[in-house]
Write a new protein. Sequence first.
Length: 491
Amino acid sequence: MIDDAVKIHNKNQFEIKLEYKFNKNNQNAKYEVETYIFLPSSLGINRHTFRKVNFYDSIQNYIRFKTPVYTLSEIWDGKTSPFIRLKHSYQILAKKPNKQNFADYEFHNKIFVDILGSALRESAKNIMKSESVNEMQKVINSELNSLRKIQKEFRSLHKIVDIPNVPKEYLNVFSFSDEFLSLLTEKHLFKILNFLNETQKTELNHLKEELLTFLRNETDYRIAQEYHSIASVNSDNEDFLTRFNVLKKYFGSVLHIDTNQEKNTKWVEQFVFGIAAGLAMLFATTVAFFYQAVYGNLTIQLLFVLVLSYILKDRMKEMSKEFLSSKFLKNFYDYRIRLYTDEKVKIGRFFEDFDFVSSEEVPKRIIEIHHKYRAKEFYNKFSREKIIRYKTKILLLPTEYKKAIKDYKSDAITNIFRFDVSRLLNKMDNPRIPISVLTENGFATTFGKRVYNMNLVIKYISAEETTISHYRFILNRNGIKRLESVWTDIY
C-alpha cells in the first residue's frame, strides 16, 4: 500500500515506506514493487560509474512488523486494551519475579510504547486534516484528555513492581518506558504547535497555551525523575539526541524481523562461469589439435600457435562470462532475504534487484506518466536521462504470523527503504550561479539557484490492485532541496 509513502529523511536521504499485508485466508501473499529513478545524464551516473555494489552501499532496508493499530482512547479503555495487558504483566512479575515473567513484562512495556507512538502519529494526521477550527479544537482537547489519562494510569503502575522482592534492575524497564513515553508526547505536541503556528489563526491561541502548559509539565516531570533527556536552547543537545535514539531502537526492537541475506545468483553465476570456461577450453583444445596435425609435435610454429590460442582462450573466457551473464543473470534477482520471527520461524522471503535500463525496457505506462508530468516540454526535447530500476518481490507465508507478536495482531509487515543520494551529487554545478541582469542604472550581478530534477516512479503490485505513484526530487550539490508529489493512479 502506498500512502504518503515517500518523504525526505535528511538532506542526503529519501525514504520509501511500504506496507505488505498477510493473506487472511491461509494463502501466500505476493507483492512486487518496481521503482524507477530517472536521472539527468549530466550527473555522469551510469552502469560503469555506479555499479551494483555502489547502489547497495547507498541503500538501507528496514523490515519490521506493522505496529498494532489502536486509537488513543482504545489504548487504556476496554478489557483487552494494551494498558490492561500491560498492567497484568506488572501484576504477574510482582507475584513471581523470574526471568520468564520479566521478559513478558519487558515485552508489554515495549509494545505499549510503540502502540502509543503510532496512535500519536495518526492523531496528528487527524488534527491536520480538520476542516474547521471547531473540529480541530475538539480533536486536540480529546487527545489531551486521553494523554492525561494514559500517563496517569501508566505512572501508577510503578508502585506495583516497586516492592522488595522485585530486583531493582527490573524497574529500569519502567523508567525507560516512562521517559520515552514523555519524549514521544513532547515530540508530538511540538509538532502540533508548529502546525497551529502555521495556520496563524488567533482563535487557536488558547490551545497553544494549553499545549505549552502540558509540555512544561512534562519537562518538569522528567527533571524531577532525574531522566537525562532534557533539551535546552544553550546546548548542543548531543546527549539528548543520543539518548532519544537509543531508547527509540530499544522499544522498536519488539517489532523487529530477523533477516538472512544471501546472493540469489551464486549457483547460476558459477554455472555460467563454468560454461564460459568450457567454451574457452574447447576453442583452445581444438586449435591445439588442428595445428598439431598440421605442424607436428615440438615445432616452433606449434609453439607460436599454442601461445596465441592461450591468449585468445583467456580473452574468450572473459568475453563469454560477460555475454552469458548479461543474458542469463538478468532474469534473476540479485539478493534473497529470508524473514524470521524472534523464534526463528520463517514468515516470508524478500528479493531485490538493481540495474540500469533503457526506456524501451520500462513499462509504457510509466514512460507515458513520466513524460506527461515532466516540468516543461523543453526538457523532453533536450534533456537525456539514465534510468535506474530497483525491483523487489515479497512473498509472505500465512501460517505463523499470527503468533509473531503475542497477545497482539499484526496483519502486515512494513518495509522502510532509504536511498542516499550523496554519490549523485559529485558532478553537480555550484548551487549558486552568478547572473548578470540589466537595471535602470546599467547592470548588476545577482545569483540563480542551480538545481537538478530526479524523478521517481513507483509501481506497487498486489493481488487486489496496482498503484503507480510519481514523485519529483529537486536536488542541488548540497543535497535534497524539496520533494513534490506529482501524480498517483490506482487500477
